[in-house]
Design a protein around this ligand. Structure first.
Ligand code: PLP
Length: 401
């Protein structure tokens, strides 16, 4: 399963230029192939291709790893968010406060669950939702607030909880990126009523397709989510419906996790601690090299973790003066980057009806203009990190490009 690489270009400077993709799982899959293959064969041998036992096995292991009382495996992080909002009791027209700077699914899941997203700005230092901005967004229709833990650090959960307590709001977490992040020992997603994880391939724990999970310590919320992922069917016979086995108690979705994805994820979970440690090492190397590079403003995500929280690097983000110029320079050098996030949500066409204009959430807007994510995955080498840094330095010192 080894990749074949095209022959490297050799530059006049003598530097060898293998392409450096933003993300690459092929080494991981080679290393874990016996476990992955074994788990996949077990799925096929059992002959139960949906709602099989591999998902339950993965849910148990993930519950052990995160400390969650309940893990509900689903088909994507986005569906996990929709199920979470519905299972937490969102009613049509309820308002949910979310940051303006995040992946679009944070807010579109609110719409899909029948609610109305209301935006708040991010912190002055860092990319989490700003508790003061949350407070300013509260109306009589606000029911929930959903902070997002972006890139390498938790949002200000203590600040958010304080506002939520004052206004009687339910706190949910979009912890899609936050596997491994903990606040005083409690895993992300368990710092409020519930949270989610995404196993989109590029996430810290990635599948070979789409998958996600809902985490909660609340047994009733978990039971509702289990029903919602499986056409709204209750897992047990209810006294209220005598004679009906597994009654359909709510209009649900088909959002079950695929057993083959669970097979891959179960194998990869055994390497997660090592992967997280390796990402931290590589991120620290970027940090040391780029900290004093002119034109690079913030490394990696601009701010120290909130008290009680640690740093777990999903994405190594930097802010630069000429982001689009740097992205083009790196692309020409064969280096992949991602722009997280290109447009603040209040300016996305799908939320135009909410009536926002440029200038409403200036910190979110500034982050969208300056931020760029560098290649980072557990199989990246030091030499690759150094080459990315060389190119960034060259761009900013005008040596080339
Ligand atoms: C990845 C991500 C999601 C969505 O997860 P999918 O599995 O791709 O549906 C939601 N929110 C955030 C913050 C994410 O990074």
């Amino acid at each position: 399963m080894k990749r074949t690489l095209s022959p490297p270009e050799v530059e006049p400077t003598g530097r060898t230029r293998f392409p450096i993709p933003f993300f690459d799982q092929s080494e991981t899959f080679s290393k874990l192939w016996p476990e992955i293959r074994g788990n996949c064969l077990r799925v096929m041998d059992r002959g139960k291709y949906s709602h099989g036992s591999m998902v339950a096995e993965f849910e148990r292991e993930l519950a052990r790893w995160t400390g969650a009382r309940h893990v509900v495996g689903v088909n994507s992080g986005t569906d996990a968010l929709v199920l979470l909002l519905r299972a937490a009791g969102l009613r049509p027209g309820d308002e949910v406060i979310v940051p303006a700077y995040t992946f679009v699914a944070t807010a579109s899941s609110v719409v899909l669950a029948g609610g109305v997203p209301v935006f708040a700005d991010i912190e002055e230092h860092g990319y989490g939702i700003d508790p003061a901005s949350v407070e300013a967004a509260v109306t009589p229709r606000t029911r929930m607030v959903m902070p997002v833990h972006l890139f390498d650090r938790l949002a200000d959960m203590e600040g958010v909880h304080e506002v939520a307590r004052r206004h009687g709001l339910t706190v949910l977490e979009d912890s899609a990126e936050a596997i491994g992040m903990r606040l005083r020992g409690t895993h992300a997603g368990l710092l409020g009523a519930g949270g989610v994880l995404s196993f989109f391939p590029a996430k810290t724990l990635g599948a070979i397709g789409d998958a996600g999970a809902l985490l909660t310590d609340d047994a009733r919320l978990a039971e509702t989510a289990r029903a919602l992922r499986h056409h709204g069917r209750s897992g047990r016979t209810l006294d209220a419906f005598p004679g009906i086995n597994n009654p359909t108690v709510v209009a649900g979705c088909n959002s079950k996790m695929d057993d083959l994805q669970a097979a891959v994820l179960l194998a990869k979970l055994s390497r997660l601690d090592t992967d997280i440690a390796r990402r931290a090492e590589l991120s620290a190397r970027y940090d040391a090299r780029l900290r004093n590079t002119p034109g690079v403003r913030a490394v990696p995500s601009g701010a120290a973790p909130h008290p009680g929280g640690g740093r777990v690097v999903y994405v190594h983000l930097i802010e630069v003066e000429d982001r689009d110029g740097l992205v083009a320079h790196l692309a020409a050098a064969g280096i992949g980057t991602e722009t997280y996030y290109p447009v603040p949500l209040h300016l996305q066409p799908c939320f135009a009806h909410l009536g926002h204009a440029r200038g409403d959430f200036p910190r979110a807007e500034a982050a969208c203009e300056a931020a760029v994510a560098l290649p980072l995955h557990a199989d990246l080498t030091e030499a690759q990190v150094d080459r990315v840094c060389d190119e960034i330095e060259d761009f900013h010192t005008g040596r080339r490009g």
